[in-house]
Design a binder for this molecule. Structure first.
Ligand SMILES: [Fe+2]
Length: 501
C-alpha cells in the first residue's frame, strides 16, 4: 500500500463502502482509513441508499452483485437525488462486470475487479479525489462569483467615494477569504476636500504612500491585473475605461488562478459601478454650478429688462402702467378662453414686454402732441421688430419674440410689420392686440382724452374681423361686463395710484 502518497490531507473526503460481504467492507474500511479517509461500511444495499440520502459522501465503493438489490439498482436509486457522489463499482470477476453502456448511463466513474491487492482501486480513488477537488474549486468560484455579482447593486445607492471604498473593503473580506487588502481612489480634482481616499487592512493599513506609487505604475499596465511580490493589483475604471483608482490583495497562501480571476472580475464590476457613481456625482456638481450661473444670468437679465420696461413707461406719463394693464387684460382673455397655465404665463410676459422696442424710438416722437409725419410713424412702427431683437438675446424669451413682433398685425392682413392675416398671426398676438387697443382707447393721451367704456366697446365691435379677431373681441366684451371691478383690481397700474401706507 502506497501510504506515503495518500496518507494525510484526505480527511476532508469521505467514503462509503457497500458490500454484502462483511469481510470485504471491513477490509476496505481499514485500508482507506489508514490512508486518512473517513470511511463508513454498510452491508445492506437498501440501507446504503438511505445512508447516502441522509449523509454526505464523496465516494461510493459499491459491490455489484448483492441482495436484495444489485449494485446497478443502488446506483440508479442514488442518482435520483445525488448527482455528485463518485461511484466505483467492485466486481467479483471480469465477466460479471456491468456492460459499458450501463456504466455510462448511471454516471459511474470506474469499476474495479476485486483482488487481494488494492493498488488499482487506490489509483481510482486518487483520481476521484483529484476530480472532487477540482469540482470544489469550480463550485467555490461559481458561488463566490454569484455572491459577488449579486452584491454589485449595493454600489448604486452609494453617495460618496469614502462609502464606496468602505463597501469594497467589506466585499473583499467577504469574497476573497484570508488575505490583506487595500483600496485607493485618486483625488477627484474637485478641490482639497476631495483628495485621495485610502483604505487598507493588515500591513496595508500603513502603506498609503507605497500604494499611491502602485497607482502611478498601474497606468502603464493599461488596465491589466498586475502580479508582483505575492500581491495582485487591479485597476478600477469607469465604463469609458478611465482609471480612477486601484485595489490590491495579498492572499495568505499562494495566489491561485481562480483567486486572481475572481479578484479581476470583482475589480471590473465594482470598478464600473463606482466609476459611474463618481461620474454621476461630478456631473450633478457641474449641473448645479450651471444652474446657479443660469439663474444668476436670468435674474440679471430680468432686472435689466424690467429697468428697460420702466424706462419705456417713464418716457410718457400717459402710457405709464399701460404694459401692466395690457398684460392683465390679455391674461383675463386667455383664462376665459380656457388656455393652459403655461400659455397664460407666456401671454403675461409678452404683454409686459410688447412695447419694449419703443426704447429705441426718440422721445421727441413718442411725446409729440401733434400728428406724426410719415417718416416719424415709420420709426414708431419699427418698435415691433426692435422688441423682437431685444428679446431674442435671451433664451428665456424665445417663446414670446413672435408675439411681440406681431402685436400690431391686423386680422384682415393690413397691419404691420409682416402683414400676416387671420390665423397666421400668433393667437397670443391677436389677444394682445385687442387688450392693447382697449387700454390705449381708455387711457388719456396728449392729443385726446380717454374714451368711455361704451365708446371703447363700440370701437372693438367695429374692428371685429377687420383689426381684431372676432372671437377674441367677443370674449373680451364679456369680461368687460365687470369693468368696474377690473379697474379697481388694476388701480395700482395708474400713475395717480398711491399705495396705502
Ligand atoms: Fe405697440
Amino acid at each position: 500500500m502506497r501510504k506515503n502518497r495518500v496518507r494525510g490531507g484526505q480527511t476532508e473526503f469521505s467514503i462509503l463502502t457497500v458490500d454484502d460481504d462483511e469481510i470485504m467492507t471491513l477490509t476496505l474500511q481499514s485500508y482507506f482509513q489508514a490512508a486518512g479517509f473517513h470511511v463508513d461500511a454498510e452491508n445492506d444495499p437498501v440501507a446504503a441508499v438511505e445512508r447516502i440520502r441522509e449523509q454526505h459522501y464523496d465516494i461510493l465503493l459499491l459491490d455489484f452483485l448483492m441482495r436484495p438489490i444489485c449494485g446497478s439498482e443502488v446506483v440508479s436509486r442514488v442518482r435520483q437525488f445525488d448527482k455528485d457522489i463518485y461511484i466505483i463499482l467492485l466486481t467479483g470477476h471480469k465477466s460479471m462486470a456491468p456492460p459499458i453502456k450501463t456504466i455510462r448511463e448511471l454516471d459511474i466513474q470506474g469499476y474495479y475487479e476485486k483482488s487481494d491487492r488494492f493498488d488499482q482501486l487506490e489509483l481510482l480513488v486518487e483520481s476521484c479525489v483529484k476530480s472532487i477537488r477540482q469540482m470544489r474549486v469550480i463550485r467555490n468560484y461559481r458561488d463566490s462569483l454569484r455572491k459577488m455579482l449579486d452584491g454589485i447593486p449595493r454600489f448604486y445607492s452609494i453617495q460618496t467615494r469614502e462609502d464606496a471604498a468602505d463597501l469594497m473593503m467589506e466585499n473583499l473580506a467577504d469574497y476573497m477569504g484570508d488575505a490583506e487588502y487595500f483600496v485607493y481612489l485618486e483625488s477627484d480634482g474637485m478641490g482639497e476636500a476631495h483628495g485621495p481616499v485610502y483604505r487598507g487592512s493588515g500591513l496595508f493599513a500603513a502603506e498609503q504612500n507605497r500604494v499611491s506609487a502602485y497607482f502611478e505604475e498601474s497606468g502603464k499596465a493599461e488596465g491589466k491585473l498586475i502580479l508582483q511580490d505575492g500581491l495582485m493589483i487591479a485597476p478600477l475604471a469607469d465604463e469609458s475605461q478611465s482609471c480612477y483608482g486601484i485595489m490590491g490583495i495579498r492572499p495568505v497562501n499562494n495566489i491561485r488562478s481562480e483567486t486572481a480571476q475572481l479578484f479581476e472580475v470583482y475589480a471590473k464590476q465594482a470598478g464600473a459601478a463606482v466609476g459611474n457613481m463618481l461620474l454621476r456625482s461630478q456631473l450633478d456638481g457641474q449641473n448645479q454650478k450651471l444652474r446657479n450661473a443660469y439663474t444668476a444670468i436670468h435674474e440679471n437679465y430680468m432686472g435689466m429688462i424690467d429697468a428697460l420696461r420702466l424706462m419705456v413707461d417713464a418716457k410718457d406719463i400717459y402710457t405709464r402702467g399701460h404694459s401692466d394693464r395690457v398684460s392683465a387684460y390679455a391674461c383675463m382673455i386667455a383664462r376665459a378662453m380656457g388656455k393652459s397655465e403655461e400659455y397664460i404665463k407666456r401671454i403675461k410676459v409678452a404683454g409686459i414686454f410688447h412695447d419694449i422696442g419703443k426704447i429705441g424710438v426718440d422721445d421727441s416722437i413718442l411725446k409729440k402732441d401733434s400728428s406724426l409725419t410719415d417718416e416719424e410713424y415709420a420709426k414708431v412702427k419699427r418698435h415691433c421688430e426692435e422688441g423682437k431683437r431685444i428679446l431674442s438675446v435671451m433664451a428665456a424669451f424665445q417663446n414670446i419674440t413672435d408675439i411681440v413682433l406681431c402685436h400690431h398685425e391686423r386680422y384682415d392682413g393690413n397691419g404691420y410689420p409682416t402683414r400676416r392675416k387671420g390665423e397666421e398671426i400668433p393667437e397670443e398676438a391677436r389677444i394682445i392686440s385687442v387688450a392693447d387697443a382697449f387700454d390705449a382707447m381708455t387711457s388719456k393721451r396728449t392729443y385726446r382724452s380717454e374714451l368711455t367704456l361704451d365708446e371703447a366697446a363700440a370701437e372693438l365691435l367695429r374692428g371685429k374681423g377687420g383689426q381684431f379677431d372676432p372671437k377674441i373681441v367677443d370674449v373680451f366684451l364679456n369680461i368687460l361686463e365687470h369693468y368696474d371691478e377690473i379697474k379697481e383690481e388694476l388701480k395700482w397700474t395708474y400713475p395717480e395710484f398711491k399705495p396705502e401706507s
